[in-house]
Design a protein around this ligand. Structure first.
Ligand SMILES: Cc1ncc(COP(=O)(O)O)c(C=O)c1O
Length: 406
């Protein structure tokens, strides 16, 4: 059982926390040990250099990386999933944990199940790489593949839970236990600031899939009194479930055909309602990046900080590498970047993604140019086009092509 497992990591337990968690933190009260670790919070000199290239404020910007990629399950997910699974097993007597996942929640549930000594079944959509499946199986989980996106895999997970016991169903992003667990991330940052090891952030950058991380961060910020710290919530264009809500002004669900991102752990049709509610009680700025930008950020980060993360996490890093305007507009002195991690990748796969995404962008540009040329030719044959039209069109296209092939 939990206390005798050799796999438990207990940095946040009551006895040995050494003051790492807030004394008024109720979170781990009901569980003997946490399954996550207190991850390093490091100032990234490489990211400082990158962001300051676009900084016109006159005061240097510092970037703090919260390295949740180093969690035992490879991502921040174990914070919430670990708490949720511990409570299910220790308080409700659950013997079988079941989860649908884009990869990382499944890996965390499998890890938690191994630590807690219970059976685990993880349902993945078919787009998840074989290597990820194998990593989850290596934790001792049964892995099933169902559907093309997470929402479809989830249908099967729920069916299994109906049969095996609903208390064993672990949602990957929509449950108060998950948000509570994720909020420990802010407790740790707060403690680092209190002890003088880091500066209070002026802005936090995080990736958004179903929004569980976002809710945890907002709850954590409110608990420590940092209501004034905005969050830049990053998605990819092909997984913009939160941005979709901002567009229509209420909680909404994307059409399945709109969920096209290669960032599979961000690729959900809808954020949880709680995530949308957070936007009403906290300043959240939605930003989207391309899949290519997310992939290239991973490649840069592995060189800069020697840590490999998957594109879902690269999306957040991309806004630093791209000197994102929304971010710089906030005039931050200290940026906290949540390096949320991820298992669904390898250096080889990142290079393959980079190559194919560049080719895809180039193909669509060529098509765009061809269409523009056809339109222009049709127009010249029927009407006189003012000279400036041609002058503005050409340089824009040239710039794009150069940046893609560079
Ligand atoms: C690496 C990584 N980043 C970000 C997210 C998004 O988290 P959430 O679904 O809580 O928004 C996930 C989700 O699985 C993830 O695995």
């Amino acid at each position: 059982m939990a206390s005798s497992s050799p796999y438990l990591v207990s940095s946040a337990s009551e006895e040995n926390s050494g003051g790492l968690l807030l004394s008024n933190n109720e979170i781990l009260k009901n569980t003997k040990l946490s399954l996550h670790i207190n991850s390093p919070l490091v100032e990234s000199l490489a990211l400082n250099q990158v962001i300051n290239a676009g900084n016109t404020s006159g005061t240097p910007i510092r970037v703090w990386a919260k390295m949740d990629a180093l969690q035992p399950s490879g991502s921040f997910k174990i914070r919430g999933v670990g708490l949720h699974c511990s409570r299910a097993v220790n308080e409700k007597g659950v013997k079988h944990l079941i989860c649908s996942s884009g990869g990382n929640a499944g890996k965390s549930v499998a890890y938690a199940g191994r630590c807690l000594g219970v059976k685990t079944t993880i349902v993945l959509p078919s787009t998840i790489p074989l290597e990820t499946r194998q990593k989850i199986q290596a934790e001792g989980a049964d892995v099933l593949v169902h559907g093309a996106i997470w929402d479809e895999a989830d249908v099967l997970a729920r069916q299994i839970a109906e049969r095996e016991g609903v208390d064993g169903y672990i949602h990957p992003f929509n449950h108060p236990d998950l948000w509570e667990g994720h909020s420990t991330l802010i407790d740790e940052v707060y403690q680092s600031v209190q002890s003088g090891h880091a500066e209070k952030p002026d802005v936090i950058i995080c990736s958004v899939g179903g929004g569980g991380l976002l809710v945890g961060l907002v709850n954590g910020l409110h608990r420590v009194g940092w209501h004034d710290v905005p969050i830049v919530a990053v998605e990819t264009h092909g997984a913009k479930s939160l941005a979709g809500c901002f567009q229509v002004g209420h909680h909404t669900k994307l059409d399945a055909s709109e969920v096209t991102s290669i960032c599979k752990t961000l690729a959900t049709r809808a954020v949880c309602e709680e995530a949308w509610d957070c936007t009403k009680r906290h300043r959240i700025i939605p930003v989207q990046v391309s899949d290519l930008a997310a992939v290239e950020a991973c490649l840069k980060f592995v060189d800069d900080e020697r840590v490999l993360v998957e594109p879902a996490c690269g999306a957040s890093l991309a806004i630093i590498y791209q000197l994102n305007e929304e971010l710089l507009k906030l005039n931050p002195k200290n940026i906290l970047s949540i390096v949320c991690g991820g298992n669904n990748t390898s250096i080889k796969q990142l290079f393959e993604f980079q190559q194919s995404l560049k080719e895809k962008e180039l193909t669509s540009l060529v098509t765009e140019i061809a269409n523009l040329t056809t339109t222009a030719t049709t127009k010249t044959s029927t009407e006189t086009i003012p000279e400036t039209t041609n002058i503005t069109t050409t340089p824009i296209l040239t710039t794009n092509i150069t940046s893609i092939t560079a």
